[in-house]
Design a protein around this ligand. Sequence first.
Ligand SMILES: [Zn+2]
Ligand SMILES: [Zn+2]
Length: 159
Amino acid sequence: MTDATALLAQAERQCQLRGVRFTPIRRRVLEMIAATSGGLKAYELLDRLAVEHAAARPPTVYRALDFLIEQGLVHRIESLNAYVACPCPEHAHGFQLLICRHCGRVEELHLDDVNAQLSTRARELGFRVERQTIELLGSCDLCLAAPARDDKPATTETS
Ligand SMILES: [Zn+2]
Ligand SMILES: [Zn+2]
């Protein structure tokens, strides 16, 4: 993540506009996630917070994460049990994540028509969608260009 400071300032503004509280622990959790390139695993986050906050017990941290996810500031990567900061938290629609399984880089896409099609089809089948996660797992361009690390074929997952 390149600009954690700008991201935090934006999060702060957004919380103010919505009248929700951006507490120190919420801020710190977002800051840690934003400062990590690629997803930050839940246990890594807990370990790091425990070092600096005696009070950062898992329930507190998970509540902070729930808040950040609800506000669209953070996305959960289901397949890795990790979290990424959303680069554009004002987006209203769904998103898709491209995840490099070598370096952990995550790119966020906003192909609204993909989500719209899925929602429409689900509705046609009488299915009520409660959560939609689209994660594509593979190798990023940088890792593909790097000297061979391992050559297992990349997999694609949609859950
Ligand atoms: Zn997003
Ligand atoms: Zn990569």
